[in-house]
Design a binder for this molecule. Sequence first.
Ligand SMILES: [Zn+2]
Length: 141
Amino acid sequence: MQDRLGAGGDFAAAYVVAHEIAHHIQNELGILGQANQARRQASPAESNAISVRIELQADCYSGIWARAVQQKFGTLERGDLEEALNAAKQIGDDTLQRNAGQRVQPHTFTHGTSEQRQRWFATGYQTGDMRACDTFSARQL
Ligand SMILES: [Zn+2]
C-alpha cells in the first residue's frame, strides 16, 4: 500500500481490513444481498452507483470500528486517523483513475471519490452510529 498507493502506516492497513470485515457485516445484515439483487436489474451505470453506496457504507462502518477501538482500548496513536483518511483518499476512484493517467469518469466509479470515502469514514468515526451510515437513503453521498 505504501509503495503502490502512497498509503502507508499500520492504521491504513487496519482501515482496509476493517472495510473488508464491514462487507461481511453488510452480508450478515442482508444489505449486500438486497443491493446485489438490485444491481442485477440495473443498467451498468446504475449498478455502479449502487456499488458506490455499498462501498461508502463499508467505509462508514470502518470509521465506527476505529472509534470503538479508541473508546475500548485507547490504542489509537497520533497520526493513525490521518493514515486511514489518507488511505481512503488514495483509493478513491477519481484519484485512482487520475494516477493511472485516465480521464476521470464518474459513471464508472464503483467505490466513490476520495472526498466521499474520507467523509464517510469520518462520519462513522464521529457518530459511532450505524444509522448514520445509511448510504442507501442518503440524498447526497
Ligand atoms: Zn469494499
